[in-house]
Design a protein around this ligand. Sequence first.
Ligand code: NAP
Length: 285
Amino acid sequence: MTAQIIDGKAVSVKCLDKVAAAVAERTEQGLRAPALAVVLVGDDPASAVYVRNKKNACEKVGFRSLAFEKPASFSEAELLALIDELNADHSVDGILVQLPLPPHIDSQKVIERILPDKDVDGFHPYNIGRLAVKMPLMRPCTPKGVMTLLKEYGIDVKGKNVTIVGQSNIVGRPQALEMLMARGTITVCHTATRDLVEEVGRADIVVAAVGRPNCIRGEWIKPGAVVIDVGINRLDNGKLCGDVEFDAAKERAAYITPVPGGVGPMTIASLLENTLEAAKLHDKE
Ligand code: NAP
């Protein structure tokens, strides 16, 4: 069997087109364009690229985008004060603080300072809690993007055995909650998992979110499984690769996401969808 490749780039373009159409409709109705504030602290080159991509995507769909680029010396108190200002600004729908932050800033404190209805990353404990009780408000972007991909390809999670490798607050855990909400039977693996090969091998759907190249071996995949690779790893030769041994896994899986071009583009698509949803919430205020 050779797997069907899940084309995240194509699905993300479709999502962005839908968002752009909704923005145009809002304008026709006399409503303002959604506005996203992106805050970058420090000079991490990878973060700068992510911020630029988010800004470009905002402009493409007709959002208003506000960029705040602050030096690494920006203090935690200054950052919290900036968030307070953006929270109070009724013309701002979403606030995104690019992670990682410099070590002198407590990221969790910053995440919790953003109003939950402006937390378009979906990282605030309130939003994770809403997802846990099946009443999501702002859904964490990467796991939400994975669910959109599955839906687009007609892959029903209900009743399936789902193994998620990785339990981070931004990917693995919320992914487990999303899969549970879709009525899958969930296993979450981490470094204390006793038999990763077995847990992966009995999964109908595998989500890898580890951050180690090729750590999920192709031969572990159950024939006919769906393989979603969230990992983004840069190799010494400069190339990007995922967590799954792609060439071997694609010979066993029914569907597989490539890296790049799989889950990655969906994260930005979800971010823009969340910002549109936030704007709709704020229309009612
Ligand atoms: P993270 O916070 O470092 O979490 C990694 C998780 O993997 C941890 O839960 C860790 O377990 C687990 N793990 C590590 N080694 C393992 C092993 N040998 N066996 C089983 N589990 C193991 O990483 P993250 O932020 O979730 O990101 C994961 C990957 O996704 C990274 O490559 C990141 O770049 C990528 N990512 C991609 C997107 C996207 O848009 N596509 C978005 C976010 C992240 P413990 O908890 O026990 O330590």
